[in-house]
Design a binder for this molecule. Sequence first.
Ligand SMILES: [Zn+2]
Length: 437
Amino acid sequence: MLLSLVFAAAVGGGPVGPVVAVAGAAARTHVRPMARDLGAPVADEDAPVAVPPATDNAMDYYRSGNVLWVIDLVWSAALLVVMLATGFSAKLRDWSQRVGRRWFFTLVIYYLLFNLIMTIADLPRAYYEEFVRQHAYALSNQTFAKWWADTVKSFGVSCLAGALVLCVRYLLLRKSPRRWWLYTGLAMIPFIIVGNLIAPVWIAPLFNKFEPMRDKALETRILSMADRAGIEGSRVFEVNKSVDTKTLNAYVAGIFNTRRIVLWDTIIKRMSPPELMFVMGHEMAHYVLGHVWYLVAFSSLLIMASLYAAYRASGAVLDRWGTRFGFTTLADIASLPLILLLVSVFSLIVTPLSLAFTRHIEHEADRFGLEITQASHSAGTAFVKLQEDALANPRPGLLYKLWRESHPPLGERIDFVNAYHPWRDGQPLVYGDRFKK
Ligand SMILES: [Zn+2]
């Protein structure tokens, strides 16, 4: 969790994309003609959708999830503090130096051992949250073998990506002790771009099987909408997430020639074609409106700001506790737990800002999805299915929204699709010039 910023930088995978979990048992009826085929919205698309209250089970999941979130924050910070205060990080550096001798090998050995220790210390938490708890709430179909294999593979990916990122950062720390945070932030831009480029073709397939869509009629409709939205050469993939979860989702991934729209097989099975078309409209908005590039820029700025905060705060910390920690400069690889600790404190403080930004992007993607499909009712029922299948709380508290919601709460999204329909009132569309009628 603490390492997410480091790895996000290398692996890509920002919050852009997922429509959020959805699902539903609506029987798939025949494919209704799209609004554009008729020249006017089909009548029942005008009917508002009520926000279902959260079930007892969903509230239970929500409350226990909040408690876990706090425990996780404290636990991961405590691990780093112990590594520093006991001088363990300095001992690990000494040992890595003896074995590796040269700067590069010392750094890589230190990081691999550090990552291994953190991963093992985190295993009980991960096992409970990702496996036991998901099964207890009937949200998962995953076998233990698959969970374990995924955990091992994630560890492998994080070793590779983390080592690469750290080599750059510590090299810059050595060469430029005062401006390293700036240069590292800039150096992360190509990392983020390459990470986004390779993630869908090299990383995601390590965990799941990606295949062309089986429902060719649906694929044709999706590609025709992509054509309307001016997305050329787009690809749609279906991924077998049903082996991992019962929740529903879809997302966009990749940039340049690896860009694609990915639908979980669970969402294809549970949603009706008009609901899926709204979800696709939402996903396509992320490309058409350039959200991927906003996020690249935003992540890079955020990395720069958090490293700057770590740099400024580290002086006082090292003056006071440097002797105890066994290092006196950030350029020493033994400083890794300290940098991670300071970065995560800063991240926690600015989380409401970054999430407000992603919620804005997701809201605009909803608007685009509505404007291109004009399927208000189907959008609303799609959100209801997402809510029911993910045990979501449609009206979470303010703190939850500020610190944890990358998308607007589902209750607000349903309110929006009920209220926003300029095409019915002869009003201009906000994104009317971004797609063919
Ligand atoms: Zn989205």
